[in-house]
Design a binder for this molecule. Structure first.
Ligand code: PHB
Length: 385
């Protein structure tokens, strides 16, 4: 008899709740941006997540997956209401989200208070795997500190001494810049000035004029999505690309190269992924993604795919039995994820310990150049488990 029919009979008659529970679909709440400067990022995360589930026949550990969706608009002021739609109204089993650090901080707070499982497929807010860490929270992406730090290592190794930084004035920008500064200063460099503007503003002109006047050896930038497209084009149009090298965490050129055109060509960034990473898992993933969606994968697609892989690993360990929630969460932390970025594990705080790659933008790919920092672990400052 089909599980669904049996479950319906059970619900109506005599079977124990255990069967009904273990045969019902798992409710996954996707809280991602569908509008605004990060809309494309949310779309790629969802596509990556669903690709892995599809590859498993639409099920994880034998359980069907049912999706509930909220567009968080990358708006922190709406985040608590939005996440409560998934937790309280839809009663989801697991939350997957989001892109924007400020929104993700509100999600982590709500997940902790309601003891809901949370898998973060992008937002790097350091606190999520720092002071706010918890056994029910893991990340398939990175901490903001990680790509900032690895870019600082590379910039110092290249011999640059005087840097300026430029970013949006919110957790992701501030923390990425902090990571850059830590490594750059350790390597003998000095940050002359941090420039910033409110998220998601793209009025860069006055700040670019200030960079031109100060003439640092190198500029470090964190922008992503639509804002990154505009920044890279404006930097070039201001004549700066020819005179002052522009470095960034890899989000500056990830998923954006087509729109950035010639302005992005040759830019160096570091990230935990490179399009051209020549390992079997990445080659298979990119092929499957292109086939399924008629577009090329990017880092956000990888993080969505790996969020589903993490959930799958947790569910497999408890044979799909969500009542064993603690064991499920613990199994995610013990998993080795066979990611398109290369295999990774989670730190005790729940953040990927991963190689950070130096990439160069060529055509529509961020091409692998070197390992910038091997197995970089976020310091997880303030995490007490
Ligand atoms: C963040 O807000 O944490 C964030 C957003 C977009 C990125 C990376 C980090 O590409």
């Amino acid at each position: 008899m089909k599980n669904t029919v049996l479950a319906a009979l059970c619900a109506a008659t005599f079977c124990g709740s255990a069967f009904a529970q273990s045969s019902a679909p798992i409710k996954v709440g996707l809280m991602l941006p569908a509008t605004g400067t990060y809309a494309a990022l949310g779309d790629m995360i969802e596509k990556g997540f669903k690709l892995h589930v599809q590859e498993q026949g639409g099920k994880l550990a034998g359980r069907e997956i049912q999706y509930f969706k909220v567009d968080d608009e990358s708006d922190p002021s709406k985040a608590t209401d939005n996440v409560n739609k998934l937790i309280k109204r839809d009663n989801v089993d697991v939350l997957v989200g989001t892109v924007h650090s400020g929104v993700a901080l509100a999600m982590a707070k709500a997940a902790k208070e309601s003891n809901t499982l949370l898998i973060v497929p992008n937002a790097g807010a350091d606190a999520i795997t720092g002071p706010m860490c918890g056994p029910n929270i893991v990340r398939s992406s990175f901490s903001n500190w990680q790509p900032g730090y690895s870019t600082g290592v590379v910039a110092a190794q290249k011999g640059y001494k005087r840097a300026m930084t430029i970013t949006w004035n919110y957790a992701a920008g501030q923390e990425t810049v902090k990571g850059f500064r830590e490594a750059f200063e350790k390597g003998g460099g000095q940050v002359l000035k941090d420039l910033n503007l409110p998220f998601p503003n793209v009025e860069f002109q006055a700040l670019l004029t200030e960079i031109a006047a100060q003439k640092p050896d190198v500029v470090f930038a964190f922008f992503a999505g639509g804002g990154a497209v505009k920044f890279v084009k404006d930097y070039d149009a201001a004549g700066l690309k020819k005179t002052i090298p522009l470095f960034g965490s890899g989000f500056l050129t990830d998923g954006t190269l087509q729109a950035q055109g010639p302005s992005a060509q040759g830019l160096f960034t570091t990230l935990h992924y490179a399009d051209s990473l020549d390992i079997p898992k990445n080659n298979a993933f990119r092929k499957a993604f292109a086939l399924a969606y008629k577009q090329n994968a990017d880092v956000y697609a990888v993080q969505g795919y790996d969020a589903a892989q993490l959930l799958g690993a947790g569910l497999a360990a408890v044979k799909g039995d969500l009542s064993k929630r603690d064991a499920l969460a613990a199994a995610m932390r013990k998993a080795t994820v066979d990611s398109p970025r290369g295999k990774f594990t989670l730190s005790p705080a729940g953040n990927p310990v991963q190689d950070m790659y130096l990439r160069e933008a060529r055509g529509e790919n961020n091409e692998y150049r070197a390992v910038a920092v091997k197995a970089l672990a976020d310091p997880a400052r303030g995490c007490k488990l």
